[in-house]
Design a protein around this ligand. Structure first.
Ligand code: ME8
Length: 522
């Protein structure tokens, strides 16, 4: 068991509508990594939450004819319900409207920037996209509209507090280039450095407005010592990553023990806030920077980024209801690239489900367990592996051992488990999932090669060895699926069952499933 800590965060999602498959991807990806790190014994803290302030929320609430607090409460309840349905194992759900946990942290960060001499008052004149909750330049517009939200920005002229982002440009560039602030995929580093340069034409940035005048509806964290201004929603929102750990609100025990974040997961739409603004705030406040930003691509729908504003969303609930949460988690873990954009269609989902879950995994589990029950009453002994040819085929089954700190006995020989761990440790969850399905493929091949259903009539001992090998492999599959498909992992582990584990013997006490793990969809 390792002594390491692992702090992982997702962005906090705007509480202006229900979460869709895009957000679901971020959540599932992060959850898989959090569960993996718990599995290998890391002291893990997994944070997600909701971003509840800003114009976007106020306007959406007005449209529904209710106050912003009641409005966000309703949406947050739905978000939390979805997290449960997806099996998200977050340790905390932070809400930016939480005055006890979040506000003190946001204010403490503001004070820290102020003490560093990095905040000054000025007039902001320019364009603002409410969809992005961000100022936007003429250069970024496409046909006069924000390309992400397809809406025209608003002209704004107002008095704001500004933050000296320009002061931190060179240091951020150095941190990005040296990898001290790691961005995955690496290609994003160049993109951010190019952006950094383009903003001023040299290697520094302009300054940014970090407050908005209080409006008719005061909805946001008040700027300390100036009640006429509210913190700009990104300044408020980014501080959630530390306020959630008690920064500013308690004795900061948890903050000291978990910060800096090991991985901050986010979509590429908000990379600039996390790779420029957030590091600059932290540098100004003299706090350590996150170790890694893990940036994933977009889930598209009809060729455009799936988004509430564009109205082209697919709901995760639909897939959970029709298939299961593990089927959805499987798809997100294995069938999409964490880096590239991808498009989801209902047809593709069904095809993959039938091929890899109903047929691939589900079929192997049912077949193996039925044979174990039918031929051996479910009790399959390890000493049956004495049959030399089968033993060779399984290759060198070692005694139960310790792989990468996990007390999981390893079958197979080849490098399945080390490769699985290698991919998981660098967040390549789709490649790690491929390794699991590679093992499933080996086990299928094993059935084809040895035909235990025939062998049992001529050499029962040999058939037992084959089935023993299959159960051993399935146990391994179950272990590797713990982070990705927790329900399925538990089910497989229980069905395979082990009653005795010794140095040279492992006796399975298995039972056949009463119904298929994944029912085929026609
Ligand atoms: O930006 N494809 O919140 P948000 C992939 N509150 N991921 C997607 C996606 C898509 N089509 N749509 C959304 C905010 N996401 C701010 C964040 S953090 C301090 C504040 C995911 O509700 C992706 O992770 O718009 C993206 O970065 C995030 O949801 C944006 O969620």
């Amino acid at each position: 068991m390792s002594e390491k800590k692992f702090y992982i965060t997702t962005p906090i999602f705007y509480a202006n509508a229900e979460l869709h498959l895009g957000h679901t991807y971020t959540l599932v990806l992060s959850d898989i990594l959090a569960r993996y790190h718990r599995l290998i014994g890391d002291r893990t803290f997994f944070l997600t939450g909701s971003d509840e302030h800003g114009d976007k929320i106020v306007r959406a609430a007005q449209k529904e004819g209710i106050g912003p607090q009641a409005f966000v409460n309703g949406n947050v309840a739905k978000m939390q319900e979805l997290l449960k349905e997806l099996g998200i194992s977050n340790d905390l759900f932070i809400r930016t409207s939480d005055r006890e946990l979040h506000w003190p942290g946001a204010k403490k960060l503001w004070h820290a920037l102020e003490s560093a001499g990095d905040i000054y008052k000025g007039t902001y004149k320019g364009l603002y996209c409410v969809g992005c909750e961000a100022f936007i330049t003429e250069k970024e517009l496409v046909n006069g509209k924000c390309p992400l939200h397809d809406t025209e920005p608003e002209h704004i002229e107002e008095e704001n507090y500004f933050f000296k982002l320009s002061k931190y440009g060179p240091e951020i560039k150095r941190l990005l280039e040296s990898g001290e602030l790691k961005i995955t995929p690496h290609s994003k580093v160049n993109e951010i450095i190019a952006l950094l340069s383009s903003l001023t034409g040299e290697n520094s940035l302009g300054d940014v407005s970090i407050s908005r005048p209080e409006r008719a509806i005061p909805w946001g964290v008040p700027v300390p010592d100036d009640p006429t201004q509210l913190m700009y929603v990104w300044c408020d929102a980014l501080s959630n990553y530390i306020s959630a750990l008690g920064y500013g609100s308690d004795n900061e025990e948890k903050f000291k023990s978990f910060w800096p974040a090991d991985i901050q997961v986010l979509g590429k739409d908000i990379l600039r806030f996390h790779a420029l603004l957030w590091p600059a705030f932290l540098l100004s406040a003299k706090l350590p920077l996150p170790r890694e930003l893990l940036v994933h691509g977009f889930v598209n729908s009809g060729g455009k980024k799936m988004s509430k504003s564009l109205g082209n969303v697919l709901s995760p609930g639909e897939f959970i209801a029709l298939y299961s949460r593990d089927a959805l988690r499987y798809y997100l873990a294995r069938e999409v690239s964490p880096i590239e954009d991808w498009d989801l269609t209902r047809e593709k989902f069904k095809e993959v489900y039938n091929a890899n879950l109903a047929n691939g995994l589900g079929n192997l589990v049912s077949r193996t367990l039925k044979m174990a029950e039918q031929y051996f009453g479910g009790v399959v002994r390890g000493d049956a592996t004495h049959s030399p040819s089968i033993r060779t085929k399984l290759t060198t089954i070692e005694a139960p051992g310790d792989v990468a700190g996990l007390n999981i006995p390893y079958i197979i020989t080849n490098d399945i488990l080390p490769r699985y761990h290698k991919h998981m440790s660098v967040s390549e969850i789709n490649k790690a999932a491929d390794v699991v399905w590679e093992l499933i493929g080996h086990l299928d091949q094993f059935v084809t090669d040895y035909e235990p259903f025939k062998l049992v009539k001529t050499d029962k001992k040999a058939a037992e060895a084959v089935i023993w090998g299959l159960l051993y492999g399935l146990r391994e599959v179950g272990q590797m699926l713990v982070p990705m498909m927790p329900d399925t992992a538990e089910r497989i582990t229980l069905l395979v069952g082990v009653s005795l584990v010794g140095a040279d013997e492992m006796v399975f006490n298995s039972k056949a499933p009463s119904e298929p793990l994944f029912r085929r969809k026609e």
